[in-house]
Design a protein around this ligand. Structure first.
Ligand SMILES: [Zn+2]
Length: 477
């Protein structure tokens, strides 16, 4: 029998706000332990939380970006559990009335039909992060700097079918969140963590197998490796006739295996109830409109637009999407220009090469984007050769002087004056009767020699194509 894997992801992402979710403590990484804390995020008795409005905006913005419904009523609930890293002994979350629900994410995935896969999004809700346990040789400590930091939990439907697909989904999701300024999604700083639900079932079946959850993954490659271990493990078990039971497993990154943490029997009963200290959240149309105004162009949309508007090859559009600053520079230079591909070549190849060579950043480049359009136009209109353009570009990069001025200063302009070239060509023909005769006798290759002589005589300034045309015409006379 053929089997398939069924995978759903719960992705936790720290929101990019200045302060924490319920208090004014800074939301920052790397401060000395327990310095960004106050009675509210330490869960002291008698304190009252105040919801961070920016966190609510970022949650709703995520909802819009993931094509979710935005209910006009959402509320907060307490999820009760006792862990040393949870100062309050409960976590405030959105249980049955989340801020966003029922959306989807389309993302590029090679193995999908037409290269685009869709994963449905069950919900994206707002909650708070907990502290961080640190284990030392003889004791453990808790750092509450992270406690109360706003956390978005994005739950997908079990629409993923392979480790590669899960990886592509996570990349696409975090691309969107960072592009929209919702989260920096810095994995090194623990800003994205993931719980992976995975089961196997006969291909084509609609029922789900026992839910096996791998908790607290903190890298995308870890998720991929854990699935590459866990899916074959479950398949083996099922083929041996074993019945898999619901359980939570832990990924051991060093050993490269998953191992049981707890089974369904010791699953938590979180005793959810509405958070009595917070009002339900009922956004007005005006408030939602403000959030919608912050919807940015997303990477995939951007790439498709660059292909359509500038007729760029996909590879170029991808580079100008991945590197947003370079992309903006390109658009400023190419807007309305007849040959955007020529500008893309400068922006994708020559410019980054120069930046690397001189250890400069794009922000400190001395010439404005329009100068690249002028340079491309000098080449496209035949005023300078593409070889000369390289020199002009180098000069412009150093001095910031506009290309037409450089061409004038250095007398680089290509000679495209037919009369002037005719004079040179006649001179060359007269001085080289042998090759001229060869050409007239049908040896076409002799033209190249004569052309070379015209170029030499013009000190390489003659327009080579025009020189060829003029020679051919004169030799036929
Ligand atoms: Zn605080």
């Amino acid at each position: 029998m053929e089997y398939e894997a069924v995978i759903g992801l719960e992705t936790h992402v720290q929101l990019k706000t200045k302060s924490k979710m319920w208090c004014g403590c800074p939301n920052e990484f790397g401060a000395p332990p327990n310095t960004n804390v106050c009675p509210i995020c330490l869960g002291m008795p008698g304190v009252l939380p105040v919801a961070n409005e920016e966190a609510l905006r970022l949650t709703v913005l995520t909802g819009y970006l993931l094509n979710c419904e935005i209910p006009r009523f959402a509320k907060f609930d307490r999820k009760n559990y006792f862990y040393p890293d949870s100062a309050k002994n409960y976590q405030v979350t959105q249980y049955d009335r989340p801020s966003t629900a029922n959306g989807w994410l389309d993302f590029e995935f090679e193995a999908a039909p037409e290269g685009v896969a869709r994963v449905r999004i069950t919900r994206a809700h707002l909650e708070e992060d907990v502290g961080k346990n640190n284990h030392f040789d003889r004791h453990s400590g808790v750092d509450f700097n992270r406690g109360g930091v706003p956390l978005l939990e994005i739950v997908s439907e079990p629409d993923l079918r392979s480790s590669d697909m899960a990886y592509a989904y996570l990349r696409a999701l975090t691309d969107i969140l960072s592009r929209a300024g919702i989260s920096d999604c810095d994995l090194e700083k623990g800003m994205v963590r993931c719980d992976v639900n995975v089961s196997v079932r006969p291909k084509g079946s609609n029922t789900l197998g026992a839910k096996i959850e791998i908790k607290n993954m903190n890298s995308f490659s870890g998720v991929r490796r854990a699935l590459d271990y866990e899916i074959p493990r479950q398949l083996d078990a099922v083929r041996r006739g074993e019945v898999l039971r619901q359980e939570t497993r832990r990924w051991d990154d060093v050993a490269g295996i998953t191992e049981p943490m707890r089974s369904k029997e010791d699953a938590h009963d979180y005793r959810y109830f509405p958070e009595p200290d917070l009002m339900p959240f009922e956004p007005t149309e005006a408030w939602l409109e403000e959030v919608r105004a912050r919807i940015p162009e997303l990477p995939r949309q951007r790439k498709l637009r660059l292909i359509k508007d500038f007729e760029l090859p996909e590879g170029d559009a991808q580079v100008l999407t991945d590197n947003l600053a370079l992309g903006h520079f390109f658009e400023a230079a190419a807007a309305g220009y007849r040959n955007p591909k020529a500008i893309a070549n400068w922006v994708i190849n020559n410019l980054p090469a120069k930046l690397t060579e001189t250890s400069t950043t794009l922000e400190s480049v001395k010439f404005p984007a329009e100068f690249l359009r002028e340079l491309a136009d000098l080449v496209d209109s035949g005023k300078i050769s593409s070889k000369m353009a390289q020199d002009v570009f180098s000069e412009m990069f150093v001095s910031g002087v506009r290309p037409s001025a450089i061409v004038e200063q250095k007398g680089l302009a290509q000679v495209s004056d037919t009369g002037a070239i005719e004079k040179l060509a006649a001179e060359v023909i007269a001085a080289n009767p042998g090759p001229a005769g060869d050409y007239r006798a049908g040896k076409v290759a002799a033209l190249n020699f004569l052309k070379g002589q015209v170029m030499k005589l013009s000190k390489s300034k003659a327009n080579p194509a025009l020189a060829g045309e003029v020679l051919e015409r004169l030799l036929k006379d």
